[in-house]
Design a protein around this ligand. Structure first.
Ligand code: ANZ
Ligand code: ZN
Length: 881
């Protein structure tokens, strides 16, 4: 007797062991089958996997297992994005070494992933913190440097004076360091940059070809790259306005960038970034301006800081002359909303058609003149008060532009400014600008990939010779002081110059961890190559990744950096393609109810019992029995404690059930709400499928029937249902609509369950046995990608000696499933001559005509009319001659 209940814990361990022993998921690059590369974003080894990982990896695994069954040579690797701050923070808190902390987390998480039964090729595992990985990254840095894709320049950074470190903009919270709470300073540091801006135009254009990427991600990248077409315009400074400043700064003119030169006659003021050189010159004569500038810098110059801050300015006293009217003077302000590193760091403000400018003039009383009138509005009565107008329209109040469209006005202004000169040069020039900035990769951190550079007093910047790679992180470091331990290390940085042999010191900055994740997908193609980052022929065979799956939080940086890296690696001969990810899917989050104690603290779901009361649901604290508040459903997070632990779930319900629930409950791009009721429902489904397969096995019995020539109606219906589900799942899984696949599987299992229940006789005809056997196989194949352990168990129950993971996907008979059609035999004088496939509800006349038109029948008739035609609708046709 088979056990009534399926024991997930036993079965899962058993099958995982068998897959590992048989190396079922190891992939070889020289396999002649067509390749398919499926990849999920690799995890940061923070300590334990969370339910978001379970969802992400369950999805990737469905694709991998499905494609494998379809005959592809599937590459499905896993690794660890293992450098980064948390390891250093842990080191500071627990006096442990970042490497020890990281590798022990990797061990834990590898075990957890293995318990999920993922079809991964573990032989390709990589950790970015391992010298065998970052050695090649250092080589890539050197190659990029030689190719002119790396520069070193001064740049402004957020400096935390307590932690002695640079902070990313995201780590500055209300002007303070996120860890130390210290007021962040702006510092100029010399840093290393990757020249991603060299590829700005190409990275933008190529987005059009990424048709298997979500449109929202492409849009986010487009906005981030931020291409705009505009003009550089130079305004003469009125020398009379502030003679001292003008002379001292050596400036006779102010250059601005604008995308709206058509609005020049609506200009009311000029504005400089607080760190514009002219602002600094003016501030030397005006302590109040100096104070204003410092205040602006404190708030921060990040985009977010600027957008939220109130628009503020300070009049420098300088005046400029309007390019089309020598008598028109415009005041020059320093303003907190102008950025130094965009355009020229200076603007002209046109309040009528730009909201920021409008807010600004309303605060400083500078007036508003509309110059674009919306269609159908009377120009005489068109006024602007609180809301700027940035729509289409006709030029007004603009002298020679009046009556033109915006586009024509832009052209006319460009033509005139290019023809007109200021100081022997055209006063204006057309210019394309990008928001995208070069990628600063220097981090004053220990736990990152060392930048392979040596600074020599005599030779300057000297690359570490390739033969000396890797530059390995020293192990004996201490974290008891703030700042970069590499810098403090007594010996590590002191080296001889590779060029002159003189005294030199190593670069002590390490690379941004985004560098590590910008090429790992290429390394997976041949992680065994010890001499080069990739083996180009192999990388070109596997890449691009056919299906990449991960969180939308990486829509910009990680995905853009990887696209840049692929281009740069191509330039240096490491591979031969531009786009690393042909298909991208961004999955939704795992969310859960929150629970809060009346005293305010958050309570974990495991400590709560939720009851269905008469007036809705109530949450009770298990220990103590107090009723607590049920809060909103939110992303699982440590701070809200609304977390369920994958280990607990897998121990209680099994990996298959957890995977099934994750995939079943909502479309994969949406958030999934984790509920106790949901996982229990999935458990019942698991058991139902198990019992159904056991029943099917009892019906089929030993010895599989061969395919009969004819099927009874019951058998036909079973076959149809199975093939219909098969075809449907094929179509849906290609679209990653896993929830629809699961609904389809339920539907099939319901039909099969009913068919099993309808069987009464102990003698079962062969055609029905065949139909059940076939449908049982199909059913198991259909859920195998989602519940692989249960599928193996069922597969062996059905009498197979193979593994379902190693078996070919069944072939859907799509002709069989066209329900509106039916195939009936056609006899001539009682002997079958042909099959006729025809609409199920065709009338007798139509069936007769179609039968007589069949080749076999016409040959038999040989131009004579039949004596009689007998049609039994939906059964048979007999032609008597
Ligand atoms: C005058 C004007 C009139 C503008 C108008 C807009 C509307 P995008 O499209 O993002 O490139 N700008 C230029 N440099 C700036 C800087 N460093 N900091 C802040 N703002 C700056 O935006 C270009 C527009 O943003 C430019 O066009 C300029 O304002 C402003 F009705 O010039 B405009
Ligand atoms: Zn030297």
């Amino acid at each position: 007797m088979r056990p009534e209940r399926y024991n997930a814990r036993e079965a899962e361990q058993k099958w995982q062991k068998i897959w590992a022993e048989r190396a079922t998921f190891q992939t070889h690059s020289d396999d002649p089958r067509a390749k398919y590369y499926v990849l999920e974003m690799f995890p940061y080894p923070s300590g334990r996997i969370h339910m978001g990982h379970v969802r992400n990896y369950a999805m990737g695994d469905v694709v991998a297992r499905y494609k494998r069954a379809r005959g592809f040579n599937v590459l499905h690797p896993m690794g660890w994005d293992a450098f980064g701050m948390p390891a250093e923070n842990a080191a500071m808190q627990n006096k442990s070494h970042p490497a020890a902390w990281t590798y022990s987390n990797i061990d834990t998480m590898r075990g957890q992933l293995k318990s999920m039964g993922l079809s991964l090729d573990w032989s390709r595992e990589i950790a970015t913190c391992d010298p065998s990985y970052y050695k090649h990254q250092q080589k890539l840095f050197l190659d990029f440097l030689a190719a002119g894709l790396v520069t070193r320049k001064k740049s402004k950074v957020n400096w935390d004076p307590v932690d002695h470190t640079v902070l990313a903009n995201e780590q500055v919270v209300e002007g303070r360091g996120w860890r130390s709470g210290a007021i962040v300073e702006q510092r100029e540091l010399t840093q290393w940059f990757f020249k991603i801006t060299d590829y700005a135009e190409d990275l933008l254009k190529a987005l059009d070809g990424l048709d298997r990427w979500p449109e929202k991600v492409r849009l986010m990248q487009r906005n981030w790259i931020g291409r705009s077409e505009g003009m550089l315009v130079r305004f003469a400074i009125d020398p009379a306005s502030a003679p001292q400043i003008a002379t001292e700064a050596g400036a006779q003119e102010l250059e601005i960038y604008t995308t709206r030169p058509d609005t020049l006659f609506g200009a009311k003021f000029m504005a400089l970034a607080p760190d514009h050189p002219l602002a600094a010159a003016a501030a030397r004569h005006d302590p109040k301006l100096q104070a204003f500038i410092e205040e602006c810098k404190r708030v921060g110059t990040s985009l977010a800081a600027i957008e939220t801050a109130e628009k503020k300015g300070y009049d420098t006293g300088l005046r400029v002359i309007h390019p089309f009217d020598p008598t028109w003077r415009l005041p020059v302000y320093v303003a907190n909303f102008v950025l130094m590193d965009y355009g020229t760091g200076a603007i002209f403000g046109c309040p009528a058609h730009d909201q920021r400018d409008l807010d600004f003039v309303n605060a400083y009383g500078l007036g508003v003149t509309p110059v674009v009138c919306p269609p159908g509005v009377d120009p005489g009565s068109f006024v602007i008060e609180k809301e700027a107008y940035d729509g289409d329209g006709t030029m007004i109040n603009s002298r020679f532009l009046d009556g033109m469209t915006i586009e024509d006005a832009k052209k006319e202004i460009a033509r005139r400014l290019e023809a007109q000169s200021l100081g022997n040069r055209p006063q204006g020039k057309r210019q394309v600008n990008f928001k995208l900035r070069d990628w600063g990769i220097s981090r004053q951190r220990y736990w990152g990939c060392p930048i392979p550079i040596i600074h020599c007093e005599a030779c300057g910047v000297v690359p570490v010779p390739a033969a000396d790679l890797p530059v390995v992180l020293p192990e004996d470091v201490s974290f008891d002081l703030p700042g970069n331990p590499l810098d403090r290390h007594p010996t590590w940085k002191h080296v001889a110059c590779p060029q002159c042999g003189g005294k030199a010191r190593r670069e002590t900055d390490t690379m941004d961890t985004f560098v590590d994740s910008s090429w790992y997908f290429a390394r997976f193609t041949d992680p065994w190559n010890e001499t080069a980052p990739t083996t180009p022929a192999i990388a070109n065979h596997w890449l691009p990744v056919d299906q990449y799956i991960g969180g939308v939080e990486h829509a910009i940086l990680h995905l853009l950096y990887s696209r840049f890296f692929t281009r740069a690696m191509r330039r240096c001969g490491h591979l031969a393609l531009d786009e690393p990810f042909a298909g991208l899917f961004t999955q939704g989050m795992v969310v859960h109810e929150t629970y809060r104690h009346p005293e305010g603290q958050w309570i974990a779901p495991a400590e709560v019992r939720v009851e269905a009361g008469t007036d809705g649901r109530r949450a009770i604290l298990i220990e103590g029995g107090v009723e607590i508040e049920i809060g909103p459903i939110e992303k699982m997070s440590k701070s809200k404690r609304n977390i369920v632990d994958p280990d607990d779930i897998i121990a209680t319900y099994g990996a298959d059930t957890a995977r099934w629930f994750m995939l079943s409950d909502s479309p994969p791009e949406r958030d999934v709400i984790w509920t106790e009721a949901g996982i229990q429902g999935a458990t019942r489904q698991t058991q139902r499928l198990w019992r159904l397969v056991c029943e099917i096995e009892r019906i089929v019995g030993a010895g599989r029937p061969t395919m009969p020539t004819a099927f009874s109606a019951e058998a036909h219906e079973i076959r149809q249902a199975a093939h219909r589900a098969l075809a449907k799942v094929e179509d849906e899984v290609e679209q990653l609509r896993f929830n629809v696949c699961i609904a389809t599987i339920y539907e099939l299992s319901n039909i099969l369950g009913a068919a099993v229940g309808a069987i009464e006789k102990s003698e079962i005809a062969d055609d029905l046995r065949f139909a059940f056997a076939e449908a049982g196989d199909i059913l198991v194949h259909l859920f195998a990608p989602m519940m692989p352990h249960l599928a193996e168990e069922c597969w062996s129950v059905l009498g197979h000696e193979t593994l379902v993971a190693e078996s070919a996907w069944p072939i859907a008979d799509r002709a069989l499933i066209v329900q509106s059609q039916i195939t009936i035999p056609v006899q001539v004088n009682g002997r079958k001559r042909a099959d006729l496939t025809i609409d199920r509800d065709a009338d007798v006349k139509t069936v007769e005509a179609a039968a007589l038109a069949l080749d076999a029948v016409r040959r038999a008739l040989d131009n004579r009319p039949p004596k009689k035609v007998i049609v039994v609708p939906q059964r048979i046709v007999n032609v008597v001659i």
